[in-house]
Design a binder for this molecule. Structure first.
Ligand code: SAH
Length: 410
């Protein structure tokens, strides 16, 4: 049992030997959690009764009358005060517990993927709140985004070692969520050594990910099924991938037979990896990658008359929080307008939003308005999101952050 006696403040609920301290909900605040929701918000817990319990401490969450609802970790400084790990009130959160959850997450991925390249752990949906693990063969990239998960990290790394014996484990510490949780922003290699980008194999193609410093964990596993779906649409034709990152959509389109592929991104290091992957696949003669602002590139192509059978626009999140939503919506409208303008008649636009705070319906509306501004019309072919390695917790629909639209533009 993981308890730290130093964290029991004098005002904290008394904890018997071998027990974790308790955090009590206020009267009437248990219904949502009893129905399956995994979080208690700070305004729902009795902060007075939790005085002295430090951020990251394992606690038993209790109803006001003392009835236990489960074990989770507590953070007195964040909007989400308790994240439940188990609804079993006497659950021992130890290496075996974590190994069990990891094993379940692994078994799910192994149903869908024949090769070990995927998001292995997707936080709450895999019963491991505040934890992301991406798997690049024998290299694992771990992101802990909650103080409680950070405390469990030594046990977690042991559990990962026992289950997968990775050659390297990278601890990525640069997420925005860590700052909110009061965690340091450092990235370290916790096991093994890494001197170069790591390989990612996706449907037979080799890509390269900078797992220590690249965007997110170095590779966007979430778009994999969408890349597979749209790649063949430019067969024999020209394709444009703005915000191309390390070349996922672009190179897959070239491999599927696109005659000419142009990738545009603002990051030199991402573009270098894209070029490396194109060369490795023998597709470099059909692919060109250039550093340019995506909006500027679209405007330039619109002006010089270059048109594409397929345009992919998969930008970084335009809204980092709720207050950014109005400007993000304008951004999506503008992006859809500029991107649709360079789609040849009858061609395709694939556009994505990974902004958590932007709802799918609002995104679709802005995209339709943007296309309308070009004086053109078309049809929605497919609305989608992330792949099966990014499951959603049943009670956290807002964690379905990726929204994608495939449209045909007349
Ligand atoms: N589609 C990619 C992921 C895109 S991530 C894939 O499947 O792998 C978003 C990318 O947008 C990042 O690589 C980032 O460097 C780039 N970016 C951010 N702002 C940009 C801008 N204004 N113009 C061009 N690229 C930009």
């Amino acid at each position: 049992m993981l308890t730290d006696p130093d964290t029991f403040g004098t005002d904290a609920a008394p904890a018997e030997a071998g027990q974790v301290p308790s955090v009590f909900l206020k009267a009437g605040q248990d219904r949502r959690i009893s129905a399956g929701h995994p979080w208690a918000y700070s305004n729902e817990v009795s902060i007075d009764r939790a005085a002295g319990i430090e951020a990251g401490t394992l606690v038993t969450l209790r109803r006001v009358d003392g009835k236990p609802l489960g074990v989770g970790f507590f953070n007195p400084h964040t909007l989400i005060a308790v994240r439940l790990l188990s609804r079993e009130p006497h659950a021992h959160i130890d290496k075996a517990f974590l190994a069990n959850r990891l094993q379940r997450a692994l078994a799910l991925r192994e149903r869908f993927y024949t090769e070990p390249y995927y998001r292995l752990v997707h936080a709450e949906a895999d019963g491991l709140p505040g934890l992301i693990v991406d798997r690049f063969g024998s290299v694992l990239v771990v992101q802990t985004n909650a103080a409680g998960m950070e405390r469990l990290q030594p046990l977690l790394l042991d559990a990962i070692d026992s289950l997968l014996a990775p050659t390297a484990i990278v601890l990525r510490g640069d997420s925005q969520a860590r700052a909110l949780e009061g965690l340091p922003a450092e990235t370290t290699v916790a096991r093994g050594n890494l001197s170069d980008a790591v390989e990612v194999i996706e449907d037979g193609l080799v890509f390269y990910a900078d797992v220590c410093a690249g965007q997110k964990t170095g590779w966007y596993f979430d778009q994999r099924p969408n890349r597979a779906f749209v790649a063949p649409l430019a067969q024999g034709e020209r394709m444009l991938d703005v915000f191309c990152h390390t070349g996922g959509f672009a190179i897959r389109a070239a491999a599927a037979g696109a005659r000419e592929v142009i990738g545009v991104d603002s990051s030199d290091s991402a573009l270098m990896l894209a070029k490396r992957a194109a060369t490795a696949a023998g597709l470099d003669r059909r692919c060109s990658f250039a550093r340019e602002d995506a909006f500027a590139a679209l405007t330039r192509f619109a002006a010089d008359g270059t048109r594409f059978r397929l345009v992919v626009a998969d930008p970084p999140p335009f809204a980092r929080s709720r207050k950014d939503v109005p400007s993000a919506l304008k951004g999506y409208r503008k992006l859809a307008r500029l991107a649709a303008a360079v789609v040849e008649p009858g061609g395709f636009l694939f556009i994505a939003s990974c902004s958590h705070a932007v709802e799918a319906s609002a995104f679709a509306r802005e995209v339709a308005l943007g296309i309308g501004r070009t004086g053109r019309t078309g049809r929605l072919i497919r609305e989608s999101g992330a792949g099966p390695d990014h499951p959603q917790h049943l009670h956290l629909p807002e964690t379905a952050y990726l929204k994608t639209l495939l449209l045909q533009v007349d």
